[in-house]
Design a protein. Sequence first.
Length: 116
Amino acid sequence: QVQLVESGGGLVQAGGSLRLSCVASGLIFYINRVGWFRQAPGKEREFVASINWSGGFAKYADSVKDRVTISRDGANTVYLQMNSLKPEDTAVYSCAAKYRGEYNDWGQGTQVTVSS
C-alpha cells in the first residue's frame, strides 16, 4: 500500500497561484503513475493531471492544461503548480497512486478555494 499526503491548498484570489504537494510513502516502488483529481461540492470527481513516477509523460485535463504544471522531484513528491486560478477551480484536490492498472491509493485531499 502507498500512503499519500497532500498539502499546499488554501484561499487565493482569482488570478493567483498555488502549488500543491503530494508526498508518497510506503510501497512506492509499486507506483507507475501519480494523478491529481479534484471534487467540487455537488460535483463528480474529475481528473486534473497525471505524470509517470519517473517524471515523464504528463497529461492534463483540457480545462486546466494552459494553467497547470505537474512535476515530480527526485524524491517522493509530486507537485501541481496552478496559475491564473479561477473561482471554478475551487475544490478538494487529491492525489492518487496508480499501479496494477488502477488508481488504488488516495490521499485525504487539500482544499483549494478561489475567491472572485
